[in-house]
Design a protein around this ligand. Structure first.
Ligand code: 3PG
Length: 214
């Protein structure tokens, strides 16, 4: 399998998964794969997160990461379950340090120039930009990308098929993240065909703008 950044950059879409039942993880990974995606961020917002990660990590063709990672202990849980990368909503030096100790790529949230500098100081080049729409969206990323020329952003929060092309048009955007193709209600109802349909539509929309490269 390709590297983490390479895999995410291949489709430039990162589904943010909130799954209550880890038993549904194989079906969800299969639905995403059928729609053309090979990666997902599984959030530690439910007790099923570690088991979901472990189930998805069994697929050799699928890259699973952990999201909403708030503590070093969750970094360990994620790593032990087989997560290949970690995402956090904000910048936590302790979380970043633990990821580096465990050899896991980490994409911490950075919403201001100061937070981006903290990420750069920690040796990172890719940050989550969260919550993207509420923070000013495309205009804010353009402004922040100007001084931080080596930094790549993963905007998440309020991104969907209507606005993803605007984000993906920015060379500083590695990928966009969000829940629109894996809405919790769809997952709870086991509507895997609909997940695949929305995923395929998203992949097609993203393909129309593929300027980003790793
Ligand atoms: C996240 O955790 O990254 C966001 O809550 C996802 O935001 P969305 O639901 O607006 O896509």
């Amino acid at each position: 399998m390709r590297g983490v950044l390479e895999t995410i950059a291949a489709t430039r879409i990162l589904p943010v998964v909130v799954l209550e039942d880890a038993g549904a993880a194989p079906d969800l990974a299969a639905a995403l794969t059928a729609g053309g995606l090979r990666a997902a961020e599984v959030t530690f917002r439910t007790a099923a997160a570690a088991d979901t990660i472990a189930a998805m990590a069994e697929r050799p063709d699928f890259l699973v990461g952990a999201g909403t990672v708030l503590t070093p202990a969750q970094v360990d849980q994620a790593a032990d379950a087989g997560a290949r990368f970690v995402v956090s909503p904000g910048f936590s030096p302790a979380v970043v340090r633990r990821c580096q100790e465990r050899g896991l790529p980490v994409f911490p949230g950075a919403a201001t120039a100061t937070e981006i500098q903290m990420a750069v100081d920690a040796g990172l080049e890719t940050v989550k930009f969260f919550p993207a729409e509420q923070l000013g969206g495309v205009g804010m990323i353009k402004a922040l990308a100007a001084p931080f020329r080596s930094v790549r952003f993963i905007p998440t929060g309020g991104v969907n098929t209507d606005n993803l092309a605007d984000y993906l048009a920015l060379p500083a955007v590695l990928a966009v993240g969000g829940t629109w193709m894996v809405a919790p209600a769809l997952l709870a109802a086991g509507r895997w065909d609909e997940v695949t349909r929305l995923t395929a539509a998203t992949v097609a929309a993203a393909r129309s703008d593929t300027r980003s490269t790793v």
